[in-house]
Design a protein around this ligand. Structure first.
Ligand code: GLN
Length: 547
């Protein structure tokens, strides 16, 4: 029987609800509890898979192939618990399930309503896997008062009534704005936000208050009084230099204790926080800095490559250096020489992406890295571009390209060194796709195994010949070109177990040049940096010693 913590937000968005949830998960884990985190999102998209990274940030892919909200990435990075398809649900998914059931006749002719049909559907999602954990932490996206959030708030209210007394608590995050002119912290928005919650039947047990200045004792008492919570349950949340300070910071102000008290868990098991003490030590005591250029398309919004930024930080932590990543728009290299932009960097990373725009620039970045012997990590599209670069410049295929761009342009301009995969094996069944299929959920998604070649650089880095990593793409490098490219020195050092799909390529005669068809960044954690990122940063550190 799990205990449920529902995490809601008020006043403004972007208060760090996801981070607070993830940090709480880490702290409960440190006390020996099994946790799972879940995100309930009120938007109407069925999943974030088809949402623009500009709008929504990165799409986080789970082992079981779900395209989810980037908050699930935080959850994994803080707890190490692999998220699942059932840990992310949007209104769109809920409504589409309800409507599907209605079409099937499951409701036996009843009138379908938000209460109870939609709310019941939400409650079922919340409950999935209850028996497996001690704590289920459910974050509700958006802020209280949003129209589309209402069914979720109503569902968690009902859910807490359905469960036994004391099995659910509510934690609400708000903002205390600071008025510099009068030197005051304002509690009124928090009071209003709690009032709004209470008007829909939810009384918060714990209030987490974001503030840029220290919250005076007097204000804490005032918030407690007006919001009907105990003073110890008004938890301050101050700005942090690094998100990885959050578990220790929240522990110091008593968040985990407040949660255990709310559930009347006494005596509370003592936490083992060594993992987080070490993480903080590595962040605060870095020795030097390496500069990495990330050459991509979605450079305006850092959240578009959230996991990559985090994985680089983890790689830095593994090597006790700070990683300074600069985002460079690939299109620049279509007009200007890449060298002028890339010379200051000790490493180049070309991340995943979709569509043709910027790809010629990415090919230039790969060429620069290859010829100047700068460490290069190509992820997904970044690997495909490295292969196209090799095919064009060394393999004699001047018009090498990806079918993706031909599809976009509606004509044949390229020799498809990267082609549209229409049939592959997942576990023990065959998956088939057509070019014109709907965009949602039509990719090779989720965890797949790969076999690494003995003696390859990647085998050494992983310390293993069998790996499994997460995928999210439609196109693949064609093995038809393997022999020709390997002759030039581009080794296909990782393949799908059936030997049909190239998973990793590496230049043999290069200090560090690796392209991977999957997304290693999704599995990196601060306390367990991904080996590819750790070694990539190590190679960059080496470069910084050479100059
Ligand atoms: N657009 C490419 C594909 O679909 C690469 C995808 C990615 O980089 N995630 O294969």
């Amino acid at each position: 029987m799990a205990r449920f913590v529902f995490i809601t937000g008020g006043v403004v968005s972007s208060l760090g609800k996801g981070l607070a949830s993830a940090a709480l998960g880490a702290l409960l884990q440190a006390r020996g509890f099994k946790v799972r985190l879940r995100k309930l999102d009120p938007y109407l998209n069925v999943d974030p898979g088809t949402m623009s990274p500009f709008e929504h940030g990165e799409v986080f892919v789970t082992d079981d192939g779900a395209e989810t909200d980037l908050d699930l990435g935080h959850y994994e990075r803080f707890t190490g618990v692999a998220a699942r398809n059932t840990d992310s649900v949007s209104s769109g998914r809920i409504y589409s399930n309800v409507l599907e059931k209605e079409r099937r006749g499951d409701y036996l002719g009843k009138t379908i309503q938000v209460i109870p049909h939609v709310t019941n559907e939400i409650k079922e999602w919340i409950d999935v896997g209850e028996d497996e954990v001690d704590f289920m932490l459910c974050e509700i996206g958006g802020t209280v008062g949003d129209i589309e959030g209402l069914p979720f708030f109503e569902a968690i209210r009902q859910f807490s009534q359905d469960k036994g007394r004391g099995q659910c608590i509510f934690m609400h995050l708000t903002l205390l704005p600071y008025l510099a002119a009068s030197g005051e912290l304002k509690t009124k928005p928090t009071q209003h936000s709690v009032k709004e919650l209470r008007s829909i039947g939810l009384q918060p047990d714990i209030l987490v208050c974001r503030s840029e200045v220290e919250i005076p004792d007097k204000e804490r008492s005032k918030i407690a009084l007006f919001c009907n919570v105990r003073k110890e349950d008004v938890i301050p949340a101050y700005d942090l230099k690094s998100i990885y300070e959050a578990p220790m910071a929240y522990h110091k102000v008593g968040l985990d204790q407040a949660v255990l008290d709310a559930f009347q868990i006494s005596p509370a098991p003592q936490p083992d926080l060594t993992r987080w003490v070490d993480v903080e030590d590595r962040i605060h005591n870095a020795e030097g800095e390496v500069r990495v250029a990330i050459v991509g398309k979605y450079t305006q919004l850092e959240d578009a490559y959230k996991s990559i930024a985090e994985a680089l930080t983890h790689g830095g932590m593994a090597n006790r250096v700070r990683v300074k990543a600069d985002w460079i728009d690939a299109e620049i290299f279509e007009k200007e020489d890449a060298a002028g932009h890339l010379e200051p960097y000790q490493a180049i990373l070309v991340p995943g992406g979709f569509g043709e725009r910027g790809t010629e620039g990415k090919i230039k970045a790969a060429e620069f890295a290859r010829t100047h012997k700068v460490p290069y990590l190509g992820i997904c599209l970044g690997m495909q571009m490295a292969v196209i670069e090799a095919a064009r410049n060394l393999g004699g295929l001047k018009d090498a390209g990806s079918e993706e761009f031909d599809h976009e342009a509606g004509g044949k301009r390229f020799t498809p060194v990267v082609y549209h995969l229409k049939e592959w094996v997942q576990g023990n069944h065959k998956v088939e796709r057509k070019v014109g299929d709907a965009k949602g959920g039509t990719m090779r998604l989720g965890a797949y195994n790969a076999a690494l070649s003995e003696g390859s650089r990647v085998a050494e880095i992983y310390g293993n010949l069998a790996i499994d990593e997460r995928h999210r793409h439609r196109y693949e490098v064609d093995i038809k070109y393997r022999e020709a490219l390997e002759e030039q020195g581009l080794k296909f050092s990782g393949m799908s177990p059936d030997g049909k799909l190239p998973e990793i390529v590496e230049w043999a005669d290069h200090p560090w040049f690796i392209g991977v068809q999957f997304h290693p960044e999704l599995k990196s954690k601060p306390f367990d940096p991904h080996p590819l990122f750790a070694d990539f940063v190590r190679a960059a550190k080496e470069m910084s010693r050479l100059v």
